[in-house]
Design a protein around this ligand. Structure first.
Ligand code: HEC
Ligand code: HEC
Ligand code: HEC
Ligand code: HEC
Ligand code: HEC
Ligand code: HEC
Length: 460
């Protein structure tokens, strides 16, 4: 029986070795392909040669060659930050592709990004080969199986080793038993060895382990966007509006109190103030005129354009506005400088002309989750900042909470419902709790206790 325990220990050791090998795996094309498919393919063409929503990635290593390798990692994790920090090549890219914003991938590790680069190079270099081969697999997929077969070989060798060891142990046991005269005939056959309960239990154990490993990895990589901070089409600052100017959150996000969604304010809300505040202290006319272009408002006259005014005439009006204000602020500017500044500003407002401002949505719960602002803000009396962080200090807004299920559930476990002075809880349904609080057998009710952990409350 000692042998048996020994063999199980060997098997366990082998398993941890295997899992270990997997987690320390080098960057490889197979992993890169999967990562690319899951994260990048919606914007970057798979042939790596043509532009799509984003540029063709083929040859990117050369384009980044003048900078440290880390810059490329930083770009993939948070390109907008790099642009904001003024990285020369990032600025070049942005100048060419704005306002299209690349997603952020803060969770990708260096190795994972290297895997993607391997895959990109592989695809980029092999396409011609495939054409020559008339589309047969050939060298095209060659490198992938090599990578996977590495694991298969290890698994195979280990399985064989386990089988041989197990066999040896059974034979030895049998011999020992025979010596003591306790043997019951033949030793176990190979087949019954393979299908013995302990081996089956072991295989199930491995499967559970691998399954868990994959699920956890996928859950981590799900693209939760904590820290997501895209560049917005207008340099709108919460620090200026909610901080310095102390404008109430709900002045702009008036949906929060009474509906499911907080909603982003329409251009009209901006116009309430910016019909008067026309030139900003930071960007002058550059940013605020985008609001006017969207609203169809003429800052020279302080009136909305009539519906029959042509795009050309609107542009003339904005041009005059930019020029007058620029000359006011830069009395000694040359004609050439004035013209180039005016042309640049005019070009920047074209995408806003007569169209609603396309703010990039930051928070995004999956469709199967039900979340209601009014429930939390009006009924639960939870502060905006508890979930959104110190918004009034953010120049550029970022996602503060992970928006994971664990985040919602933990808060529901810990947060006490404001029971006492809230008419919402006076329904008969909660009578028992009210009575318990009154007679002192209970001090508080958590969200969990009113059903805040029930699946169907949060899931459609
Ligand atoms: C939502 C679309 C989108 C997704 C998804 C996306 N990108 Fe991009 N990517 C862009 C755009 C657009 C640019 C051009 C620069 C810009 O506008 O920010 C870009 C630029 C790049 C560049 C610079 C290319 C060059 O020529 O130097 C790299 C590298 C890059 N992306 C890698 C990735 C990787 C890796 C992924 C997946 C993990 C990915 N991108 C996912 C849109 C996207
Ligand atoms: C003057 C109007 C205004 C005020 C006041 C204001 N916001 Fe905003 N808010 C906006 C605009 C415009 C956007 C979209 C642009 C952006 O993300 O910066 C936005 C975006 C947001 C977002 C992200 C929405 C998304 O896309 O997921 C959150 C969260 C938010 N605001 C919270 C707050 C909070 C909390 C306060 C008060 C501390 C506040 N806001 C005050 C105008 C305002
Ligand atoms: C309640 C009044 C109010 C509302 C509503 C308001 N703003 Fe402002 N905004 C201000 C004030 C005050 C300033 C500071 C002006 C300054 O710095 O000279 C400002 C500054 C700005 C600036 C910076 C201008 C610069 O060059 O410094 C931008 C951009 C801006 N607002 C955009 C918006 C947008 C977009 C909206 C609508 C979503 C909006 N504002 C709604 C009052 C408001
Ligand atoms: C209990 C946490 C919580 C509180 C409190 C909260 N929010 Fe949110 N907020 C969220 C979540 C979660 C989302 C994402 C919703 C989605 O994707 O459907 C969100 C999204 C938003 C958005 C994007 C537009 C939308 O509705 O999807 C804005 C704007 C916003 N919140 C503003 C506010 C403001 C202003 C307050 C305070 C009056 C506030 N929030 C209070 C959790 C909260
Ligand atoms: C900061 C704490 C906090 C976070 C984070 C939070 N909630 Fe809540 N939630 C509350 C409170 C407090 C209430 C109680 C309000 C009430 O009585 O309806 C509540 C109530 C609810 C309810 C109604 C429960 C019922 O029994 O009527 C739902 C549904 C809900 N939350 C969904 C969510 C979802 C989905 C998320 C995550 C995206 C989330 N909540 C995140 C604090 C939170
Ligand atoms: C308080 C709100 C809340 C409750 C209660 C809740 N969920 Fe969720 N659940 C969420 C949110 C938010 C997400 C989205 C997480 C994300 O995108 O990472 C989610 C995601 C999921 C997913 C998808 C997982 C994934 O990775 O996308 C499943 C499955 C799920 N929940 C099952 C359940 C079950 C079963 C229950 C009941 C035992 C439950 N949930 C209760 C908020 C909740």
């Amino acid at each position: 029986m000692l042998y048996k325990r020994f063999s199980i220990q060997i098997l366990l050791l082998a398993t941890f070795l295997l899992v270990g090998v997997q987690s320390f795996a080098q960057p490889n094309v197979g992993e890169g392909k999967q990562l690319f498919k899951d994260n990048c393919a919606q914007c970057h063409a798979r042939n790596m040669k043509s532009d799509l929503t984003g540029p063709a990635l083929g040859g990117m290593e050369e384009r980044w060659a003048d900078y440290p390798r880390e810059d490329l990692y930083t770009w993939v994790r948070n390109s907008q930050k790099m642009i904001a920090d003024g990285h020369p090549y990032a600025l070049e890219l942005w100048a060419k592709w704005k306002p299209t914003v690349m997603n952020q991938f803060p969770n990708l590790t260096d190795d994972q990004i290297e895997s993607i680069i391997l895959y990109v190079n592989d695809e980029y270099n092999k396409v011609d080969e495939v054409v020559v081969n008339g589309g047969t697999a050939g060298g095209a997929t060659g490198s992938e199986p090599t990578n996977w077969s590495f694991y298969y070989v290890i698994v195979g060798v280990l399985a064989l080793l386990a089988l041989i060891l197990g066999r040896l142990i059974i034979l030895l046991n049998h011999q020992a038993d025979q010596k003591e005269g306790t043997s019951l005939g033949e030793p176990k056959s190979v087949l019954s060895q393979v299908f013995s309960p302990s081996v089956i239990a072991f295989i199930i154990f491995i499967l559970v382990l691998l399954f868990g490993h994959t699920v956890v990895n996928n859950a981590i990589d799900l693209g939760r966007q904590k820290g997501y901070q895209p560049q917005q089409p207008i340099k709108f600052s919460h620090a200026t509006h909610a901080g310095e100017q102390q404008i109430d959150c709900q002045y702009c996000h008036d949906g929060a109190r009474r509906s499911k969604h907080s909603v982003i304010p329409a251009t009209n809300t901006c116009m309430n103030c910016h019909a008067a505040i026309k030139v900003g202290s930071t960007y002058g006319t550059e940013e605020l005129t985008k609001i006017y272009a969207s609203a169809g408002w003429n800052p020279n006259t302080g009136q909305y354009f009539a519906s029959n005014v042509s795009e050309d005439d609107k542009n003339k009006a904005y041009k005059k506005w930019f020029k007058d204000e620029y000359v006011k602020a830069n009395a000694d500017a040359t004609e050439k400088r004035i013209n180039s500044a005016v042309d640049k500003q005019l070009a920047n407002i074209q995408e806003f002309m007569g169209r609603p401002i396309e703010w990039t949505k930051i928070h995004n719960l999956p469709d199967h989750v039900y979340f209601n602002h009014a429930q939390h803000v009006s009924v639960g009396k939870v502060e905006c900042q508890t979930c959104h962080g110190p918004v009034e200090t953010m120049e550029v807004l970022e996602q503060h909470a992970p928006l994971s299920m664990g985040w919602c559930v933990n808060c529901h476990r810990e947060t006490e419902v404001k029971f006492a002075d809230n008419p919402y809880y006076n329904e008969d349904f909660y009578k028992a709790y009210h009575t318990e609080i009154k007679n002192g057998s209970r001090t508080a009710v958590t969200v969990e206790e009113i059903g805040g952990l029930e699946c169907q409350k949060c899931h459609y």
